[in-house]
Design a protein around this ligand. Structure first.
Ligand SMILES: *Cc1c(COP(=O)(O)O)cnc(C)c1O
Length: 401
């Protein structure tokens, strides 16, 4: 690293998130490029056999093999770590790989996890179908009921895991209270921050030990790549790196480069997603044919005070119940023309989906009922189209009820 590079890094140590989103982690090569380079190389050459030995043993830091060291991926890791206010980050092949890698590296058979009930459907499946097979125990609790969390903790509990706001009904967890509970019981507190991103919420500031992302969503922001990451104290992320090095669910250099570009505009996009979602939620609440709207920015939502304390804005995802049953919800969805009918979210394109038969379709009826995912519920991840055009599209849905 040159003297100027060192000065540049030092200048960023007190920088604010908008600056970090654009500058953190960048290491210029001798070519003087302004945009971050991509390194599509699987391996790296060494100056000598002795250096190769030092790199392999970890005595000397540096590139070895792109399963666990790649400069573009490292740039993304340093940037997202700086934005979350964490010591270090590890990039993974997907959001699910981030959750799997965290559990595989920090837990073992016989350990117990307490997880909130309304997490991403595939996360529930990962715990129940796969991790339990290897001797992990998992209990699911009501995200907003602290008493429920506290009662679920056992002598072998090693991790509390939650997502806030929850998908799809936007319940809000008390991050400070759950951090305190985790500390009291010597557990790790892990927060999936996919819905807010560090632009709106920084769980580490409320005492969380690790933050998890599906970079596929808002970090990319334009629906191009699948990826994930884990952010937190280096002693923890180093364990996750060890798992990645051995097991390989690694982020590719190309995807890391796309995510770097996404991070540059993250805050602008999150503010725009939030204001569009707020406007749409308020409008939907006034419409005939809508029984209920779930959005933490609404006065009618019980999570609003906590969301206001923890988040800079309320995010881009909302959901609502139409009057009627599953058939009505499907008619509403099929009548829209601008919204994309897809389960993805965090895209500039507005997406619409029927959670009960897609994202949460693998849950049992009881699990769905406990998570308040009724058959007439529709989730919209509000994009950045003109809000008036989105309202007209929702009117097409309402007319089909
Ligand atoms: C999409 C999602 C995941 C999984 O991420 P992938 O990148 O699709 O593997 C995890 N958590 C939340 C909240 C998500 O929305």
């Amino acid at each position: 690293m040159s003297e100027k590079d060192r000065e540049r890094r030092a200048a960023l140590s007190d920088a604010r998130i908008d600056t970090l989103a654009i500058r953190a982690g960048q290491m210029r090569t001798g070519e003087g490029e302004n945009s971050e380079p991509i390194y599509p190389t699987s391996s790296y050459v060494f100056d000598s056999a002795e250096q190769a030995a030092r790199r392999f043993s970890g005595e000397e830091s540096g590139n070895v093999y792109s399963r666990y060291t790649n400069p573009t991926v490292r740039n993304f890791e340093e940037r997202i770590a700086a934005m979350e206010g964490g010591e270090a980050a590890v990039a993974t092949a997907s959001g699910m790989a981030a959750i799997l890698s965290t559990c595989m590296s920090l837990l073992q058979a016989g350990d117990h996890v307490v997880c909130s009930r309304n997490v991403f459907g595939t996360t529930t499946n990962l715990f129940l179908k796969y991790l339990c097979k290897f001797g992990l125990e998992v209990s699911f609790v009501d995200l907003v009921n602290l008493e429920d969390w506290s009662q679920a903790i056992q002598a072998n509990t090693k991790m509390l895991f939650c997502e806030t706001p929850s998908n799809p009904i936007c319940e809000v967890a008390d991050l400070a209270a759950l951090s305190a509970l985790a500390k009291q019981h010597d557990c790790l507190f892990v927060v999936d921050n996919c819905f807010c991103t560090p632009a709106l919420q920084k769980p580490l500031e409320f005492g969380a030990d690790l933050v998890i992302h599906s970079a596929t969503k808002y970090l990319d922001g334009q629906g191009r790549c699948v990826g994930g990451c884990v952010v937190g104290r280096r002693e923890l992320t180093d364990e996750v790196v060890g798992f990645l090095r051995t097991c390989g669910p690694t982020m590719s250099a190309f995807n890391a480069w796309v995510f770097l570009k996404g991070l540059e505009t993250l805050r602008l996009r999150m503010d725009a997603h939030s204001s569009n979602a707020m406007a749409l939620a308020l409008w939907l609440e006034q419409q005939q044919g809508i029984d209920k709207v779930y959005y933490a920015g609404l006065d009618s939502h019980p999570g609003k005070p906590l969301a206001t304390k923890q988040q800079r804005a309320y995010g881009g995802v909302l959901s609502f119940c139409v009057s009627g049953d599953k058939a009505a919800a499907w008619r509403f969805i099929d009548a829209t023309c601008i919204c994309s009918l897809t389960a993805n979210l965090g895209d500039v394109k507005t997406t619409i989906v029927h959670p009960a038969t897609t994202t949460h379709g693998r849950l049992t009826d009881e699990q769905r009922a406990a998570a308040n995912i009724s058959d007439n519920l529709i989730r919209v991840a509000v994009g950045l189209e003109d809000i008036e055009d989105l309202k007209i599209d929702m009117q097409r849905g309402l007319a089909a009820l």
